[in-house]
Design a protein around this ligand. Structure first.
Ligand code: G6P
Length: 607
């Protein structure tokens, strides 16, 4: 989603701003712009990719202070006028903004009454006009006063023509990170933009405002008073975002899964004790014994991982567990008892709705822990405890390796809870061994993935694709359908296999291919019966089954085998792999922009 960069130092700001924006491209955006200050504020904006902006920046834009932005449209269409930075009428103040100003209409009306002329349809444009009106020589006071009138979420960066060595930034709900250079200081909404230039950073907290100069920064609370923050060191892995021999990040990330899973499991599963250790949860056996209920909260792919986690936890540890979409949970005034434990599942750690759900749990006195990939992200920091899934940077918008690592992390938590409550040592040992074997099986499957191309040909020729599964395979079906929609824009839906006969089966005919996720678990026979039902109505079937299951294989026009495991627990880690590859190849076949699908964003920081 929207991205912010800023620079103040002694070099020309433009190269850093453009490089930083390029590094934020993976988040998803539709237009980009920069403002560079020398004797005047030079603003360049373009619809489309950063490459288009780069070609348009005039050579004179060589000042040593600047801000940049990639926009993902919320208020107003994708036009150059709506792209950021936005300025006041005289072009003396430039602002970039992530988030949403909820009371922008009222502020705009008031400013218009006072004579302000607006040039965009954005909520953001109220900010430069407002700041200009409130400015009386002190830039921080003007920004602070403007933000006191604003409701909503923001990460903003502001440049004043009158203050050539100063950048002002503030945060409320949209992340910002400041990076320390040598005689220069950087700002970004995502540490990826900084990792090439510095490893020393500080993250702003909500309702903080920072003044940034070439020599450092000063953080204050928006409601008054200074705060100090220790410098944090960015993880090495943030720089590892090159494509290597792969054509797309999505394909690279699919193939990284054996390694990312190993990183997630390493040192956490302890087979000799039949248990698992997740020190970051900070739960001792007594606390685990007291847990009355576990909730998994997340959005998109992370919600699907939560569904698997909830099923595994309930099965293994016999604790009532559920998963819920974070945007629904946060607004339904949920009942949260003292002994419930929640997991906020999020790759980016910045998803606005998941962060909102975390705050709702905390506000009601509950315990919530992150299952997060990005170290130091807002959800990780707000929860204060949890599990990092250690997938490494995930650049493709469609999440793949983060999903399998999230599932693995929740399985480790399930084992840890279960060992305390239900499992004997030998039973726990079996589960632990099963988990540790999973990366090798993923590797084996990816080396020989079956006839993905034939499956793609069958599916993209259809009018509408159904994904069916039961139990944790119903969650995998949801994930497979989401991938195919996101990457290939193929209309599809997922349904628990038995439930489809209560309505959706009316849609089934020879033009609605079905992907059945049917590993050899307790539900296998039941799922096969449901497959017979769709076959009887003419549907062509892609069958995802366990290797050696010839009966299941025979039911698919195309059949794809995944390695056999000893228990059903790790099935989702394997059955999701062909679905990821199908979505990738379908996207390729249909000429889609695989890593940057239309309308989508990697990190959804608005609700
Ligand atoms: C966006 C992404 C999805 C992701 C979802 C949740 O919609 O495009 O791939 O699953 O957000 O993101 P999170 O970072 O919280 O896992």
């Amino acid at each position: 989603m929207c991205g912010i960069v800023g620079y103040v130092g002694s070099r020309s700001a433009t190269p850093f701003l453009l490089d930083g924006l390029r590094r934020l491209e993976y988040r998803g955006y539709d237009s980009a712009g920069i403002a560079v200050l020398d004797d005047e504020l030079r603003v360049t904006r373009r619809v489309g990719f950063v490459a288009a902006l780069e070609g348009a920046v005039p050579a004179e834009a060589a000042g040593t202070l600047g801000i940049g932005h990639t926009r993902w449209a919320t208020h107003g269409g994708v036009t150059e006028e709506n792209a950021h930075p936005h300025t006041d009428a005289e072009g003396t103040i430039a602002v970039v903004h992530n988030g949403i100003i909820e009371n922008h209409a009222a502020i705009r009306a008031r400013l218009q009454e006072q004579g302000a002329v607006f040039r965009s349809q954005t909520d953001t444009e109220v900010l430069p006009h407002l700041i200009r009106r409130l400015y009386q020589g002190d830039p921080v006071a003007a920004v602070r006063a403007a933000l006191q009138m604003v409701q909503g979420t923001y990460g903003i960066a502001v440049v004043f023509r009158e203050h050539p060595g100063l950048l002002v930034a503030a945060r409320n709900g949209s992340p910002l990170v400041v990076g320390k250079g040598n005689g220069e200081t950087f700002l970004a909404s995502d540490p990826h933009a900084l990792a090439r230039h510095t490893r020393e950073v500080v993250y702003l907290d909500d309702r903080e405002i920072v003044t940034i100069t070439a020599d450092g920064w000063d953080i204050q609370r928006l409601d008054g008073g200074h705060t100090s923050r220790a410098i944090e060191i960015l993880a090495e892995e943030l720089t590892d975002t090159d494509l290597g021999d792969f054509t797309h990040h999505m394909l690279k990330e699919i193939h990284e899964q054996p390694e990312s899973l190993r990183r997630c499991l390493q040192g956490r599963v302890v087979p000799e004790e039949g248990g698992a250790k997740l020190g970051g949860l900070d739960l001792d056996p007594r606390a685990i014994a007291r847990i009355s209920r576990v909730g998994f909260l997340g959005c998109g792919t992370s919600f699907h991982a939560g569904l698997v986690g909830a099923a595994a936890l309930e099965q293994l540890a016999r604790i009532p567990a559920f998963a819920e979409i974070a945007s629904e949970f946060r607004y339904r005034n949920p009942v949260i008892d003292r002994d419930s434990v929640f997991f906020a599942v999020s790759q980016s750690g910045e998803t606005a709705d998941t962060l909102g759900a975390v705050r709702e749990v905390q506000l009601k006195g509950g315990s919530v822990m992150g299952v997060v990939n990005v170290v130091g992200s807002s959800i990780a920091r707000t929860c204060g405890r949890g599990v990092y899934v250690h997938s490494g940077p995930e650049i493709a918008v469609a999440s793949t390796k983060a999903f399998t690592s999230q599932v693995a992390a929740t399985l480790v938590a399930a084992l840890m809870f279960a060992r305390t409550r239900t499992l004997a040592q030998h039973e726990g040992r079996e589960v632990g061994e099963e988990l540790l074997a999973a990366p090798g099986l993923v590797e084996r499957y990816l080396a020989n993935p079956g006839d993905i191309q034939r499956a793609v040909e069958l599916l993209v020729g259809g009018r509408y694709v159904f994904f069916l599964g039961r139990g944790t395979s119903a969650a995998v079906a949801m994930e497979g359908a989401l991938k195919l929609k996101e990457v290939a824009y193929v209309p599809c839906m997922s349904y628990p296999a038995a439930e489809m006969k209560h309505g959706p089966i009316a849609l089934i005919d020879a033009h609605t291919p079905v992907v059945a996720i049917c590993p050899d678990d307790l539900m296998r026979d039941k799922t096969l019966s449901n497959v017979q039902e769709v076959r009887a109505r003419g549907a062509r079937v892609v069958m995802i089954h366990t290797e050696g299951d010839h009966e299941a294989a025979a039911m698919g026009e195309v059949s794809i085998a995944v390695p056999k495991t000893r228990s059903a627990l790790t099935h989702p880690l394997l059955t999701v792999l062909p679905l990821q590859l199908i979505a990738y190849r379908a996207g390729l076949a249909l000429g889609r922009d695989i890593d940057r699908p239309r309308n989508l964003a990697k990190s959804v920081t608005v609700e």
